[in-house]
Design a protein around this ligand. Sequence first.
Ligand code: ADP
Ligand code: MG
Length: 234
Amino acid sequence: ADTSGAQRKIVDNSQEPLSLPKKTPSFTSLGISDPIVRALANMSIKLPTEVQAACIPPMLAGKDCIGNAKTGSGKTFAFALPIIQSLSKDPYGIYALVLTPTRELAFQISEQFAVIGSALNVKTSIIVGGMDMMAQAIDLRNRPHVVIATPGRIVDHLRSSTGEWDLSRVKYLILDEADRLLTSTFAPDLSYLFGVLPKERQTCLFTATLTPAVEKIADATPRAGKQKPFVHRM
Ligand code: ADP
Ligand code: MG
């Protein structure tokens, strides 16, 4: 029989809810370092949201992951924090590629990387359509750690080799708004990218809508001994 204090308390007190909410962890207990915790506190962010609490540990532990949570639930930091956190151990080359369906989303993601990452010298590049290819190519020579891109434009760059592109060190591939990326519109660009990215990488998907295509993607890029992705459902 379970004689833990928590159990007895539920039995002893009829006012107690039967299912106690899980204690909210701290960013520190999820494995996030002090400089990042301080940067979050500066923007009055003290505790992780549910999707952050669920996805940060598996992302830091090297697992693929699918984070399904509604709009406004903090999915951006759910991937940006573990990327910035693990970056400091391996600061050479393009470390993370974040794909998103629109330019506007790319800029929003970049702002969130900047508020946390700029104090830690994390460099990001935005590679989206409707902007000068040459300027973007030059920006790549600043050796960004994180590239935030729309699929079409980054593939344009790779095909035309305008920049000093080296995706061979990408450790994290993030598909943000994955339900929108995994549609026929982006299929040719994504399959090109899957072809050039290293197989030894983490693929992490974030979406407000868990479509069959999102659930299937994890199996689309198998590698030997790879575990099933961690899935957080809302
Ligand atoms: P989503 O991608 O899930 O739609 P965002 O990542 O854009 O959501 O986050 C929405 C807002 O919530 C942003 O303004 C962000 O700064 C804020 N936010 C993120 N994480 C937290 C947190 N742990 N506590 C409070 N606010 C947060
Ligand atoms: Mg989002």
